[in-house]
Design a protein around this ligand. Structure first.
Ligand code: COA
Length: 157
């Protein structure tokens, strides 16, 4: 069984993340959506809220498991018996950060490789913080996030 992990903060999960996830499920038998408990960012949603939203948003996609993690992502990959890490690459601006992240992870554990997927063009400019801003300011984000995320963001207003 080929397992990959897709780590991130997912604050909140967007259709761009889901697009990457669906692409990954075509290659891997199981994709673990790994929700980081602690990150450098101050999150709008708590870990349990982010987990619940990820579970609800991906419930109809076969081969997905949503799990939280803490500590080094490469250690979590080993724990999950995954040798591959999935990341989304949206624009050239992502490249430097993603390159250093994948290189440090490879240095920490050379058995774990990173595979990048490019989200669909219509999601290329998306980010969780932009979505939070759009909804907070009353903009229309309907096509960019799952319904459960829209409802949760509206409750935070
Ligand atoms: N669609 C929409 N948005 C996307 C996206 C996509 N396909 N891919 C990335 N993004 C956005 C996210 O929404 C997020 O936006 P924001 O900054 O506005 O919130 C941004 O890109 C990056 O977020 P994310 O993909 O969640 O990555 P991250 O940088 O927040 O998280 C971890 C990185 C959690 C994977 C990383 O910090 C980690 O592994 N931490 C654990 C400790 C560790 O092992 N560190 C590495 C070695 S020191």
């Amino acid at each position: 069984m080929k397992t990959a992990i897709y780590p991130g903060t997912f604050d909140p999960i967007t259709n761009g993340h889901i697009d990457v996830l669906i692409k990954a499920t075509k290659i891997f038998d199981q994709v673990i959506l790994a929700v980081a408990e602690k990150t450098d960012k101050e999150t709008t949603f708590s870990t349990s809220e982010r987990l619940d939203l990820c579970r609800e948003a991906t419930k109809d996609i076969a081969g997905i498991k949503v799990v939280k993690f803490d500590g080094l992502v490469v250690d979590f990959a080993v724990e999950m018996k995954a040798e591959t890490m999935i990341r989304g690459l949206r624009a050239i601006s992502d490249f430097e950060y993603e390159l250093s992240l994948s290189l440090i992870n490879e240095k920490l554990n050379s058995k774990i490789s990173t595979i990048f997927f490019v989200p669909d063009l219509k999601y290329l400019y998306l980010s969780s913080s932009l979505i939070r801003q759009v909804v907070a300011l009353g903009g229309n984000a309907k096509d960019l996030i799952p319904d459960c995320v829209l409802k949760a963001l509206l409750k935070k207003k």
